[in-house]
Design a protein around this ligand. Structure first.
Ligand code: FAD
Length: 394
């Protein structure tokens, strides 16, 4: 029969890989995509939904086109085990799937105990909204229901985490909402990191648009030593108790659980890969993509996952059908919206070396840019979203 590829995870990385393997092999490879949810909400632009710039439906995607137009066998189930010796994936339903090559792209899970007092049971009171959908909706409603002059607190994650500028774009979008609806409200960021992505750009924007509203406590002032009490809606920072009205806890992250079960992660919690092909360093029959992998200089982003998926798809086809593999090239751009029409970006291109995916050259928005350029940057991000959604889901 045809060679078989199983893809675990239908997000930015996995769905792209499935689509490219199916499309470019024109039926020569049997592709199965395993994804528990029928509707995937992109984390990208989920902050814009919180800010009121997008509808929730605009970030929702389904798998129908991958099945109907690309002949991908879409299985809505959880992968619960990988037997690397027999090359089979076990599903929660009890069925199993055989593979010649496996693509593992489960995204992230949270590190237990990373924020004392918080676990998944607390996500209803203190949402993470770091996987999009109901959590994002909950956080938006909580922000809109804040009492006048209330406090929104974000417990920001340590490195490495998905979407380095994401927490700070989220703060910007929440400030945008509060400025209009609740202008005396305050935003408190409790941050274990010394510095963060596009920091100068965010701080300039916060000063310009949301002066006096946002306060960030870095590690020198206890930002790395936060505990939460979800029932009391309290945050304890270096022993000092703060009463808050909304608390967005974004815990430390690791590769999705199935990657650990499959023995693909190292002590960092993420999965080492071969930079030229995205093959696991633990198993040459497996490729690991997106947030779950250790992508060297690349940030964990949807753009990165999509870029890595195309390299992996090419390597998988070359291995299974003898098609030609070109040298790997990767790219990424992360846009962030600070206020209406005030968009900024950071990006780079990358190439594999023996030991890592290495940055070749990059660019970043500058402080002091004029309004027309910032608006153009925002509009560029709208085009990017439409394009990548098509590239992932067909
Ligand atoms: P995901 O997209 O999370 O997909 C993983 C999939 O695997 C999920 O659908 C999950 O259901 C499935 N899965 C997990 N376990 C299993 C299992 N056992 N069996 C089967 N399926 C499983 N990136 C950008 O490029 N631009 C942005 O503007 C941007 N903004 C962001 C804003 C926020 C608030 C956040 C949180 C992230 C943002 N990102 C952005 C980052 C981006 O969302 C992630 O980097 C990207 O989704 C990673 O893709 P992935 O395929 O690795 O994981």
């Amino acid at each position: 029969g045809r060679p078989k590829v199983v893809v675990i995870g239908g997000g930015a990385g996995g769905a792209t890989a499935a689509r490219y393997i199916a499309k470019d092999s024109a039926g020569a490879i049997d592709v199965t995509l395993v994804e528990p949810t029928r509707t995937y909400f992109t984390c990208f632009f989920s902050n814009l939904y919180i800010g009121g710039f997008r509808e929730l439906s605009s970030i929702a995607h389904s798998y129908g086109t991958l099945a109907s137009d690309y002949g991908i066998n879409v299985v809505h189930d959880w992968a619960v085990g990988v037997d690397r010796d027999t090359k089979t994936v076990t599903l929660a339903s009890g069925h199993s799937l055989a593979y010649d090559r496996l693509v593992v792209a489960p995204g992230i899970d949270f590190v237990d105990e990373s924020v004392p007092g918080w676990d998944l049971n607390a996500q209803i009171k203190m949402p993470h909204a770091w996987k999009a959908g109901s959590q994002t909706q909950l956080l938006k409603y909580q922000v809109e229901a804040m009492p006048e002059g209330g406090t929104f607190c974000m417990v920001a994650p340590p490195n490495p985490f998905r979407c380095p500028p994401g927490p700070y774009e989220r703060v910007s979008m929440i400030a945008h909402v509060l400025k209009a609806q609740n202008p005396t409200a305050k935003i408190l960021i409790v941050d274990p990191k010394e510095k963060f992505s596009k920091q100068a750009l965010f701080e300039e924007g916060w000063q310009r648009h949301y002066s006096g509203m946002i306060d960030r406590i870095g590690p020198d002032f206890g930002g790395g030593n936060a505990e939460v009490r979800p029932d009391a809606m309290e945050v304890v920072i270096d022993g000092a108790v703060e009463k808050v009205d909304v608390c967005n806890v974004i815990p430390a992250q690791k590769a999705g659980h199935i990657a650990h079960l499959a023995g693909l992660a190292d002590s960092s919690g993420f999965c080492p890969i071969v930079p030229a092909t995205m093959q696991s360093r633990m198993d040459e029959n497996i490729h690991v993509l997106g947030d779950a992998c250790i992508a060297g200089d690349m940030p964990k982003s949807g753009f990165s996952a999509n870029s890595q998926a195309k390299v992996a798809a090419m390597a998988v086809r070359a291995a299974l059908t003898g098609s030609r593999a070109f040298p790997a090239k990767y790219s990424n751009t992360c846009w962030s919206l600070i206020e209406t029409d005030d968009g900024v970006k950071v990006g780079a291109s990358y190439q594999p070396t023996e030991e890592k995916i290495a940055k070749v050259d990059g660019f970043i928005s500058q402080t002091g840019e004029d309004a027309a350029l910032r608006k153009a940057t925002y509009e560029e991000s709208l085009g990017w979203y439409a394009g990548i959604a098509m590239d992932i889901f067909g």
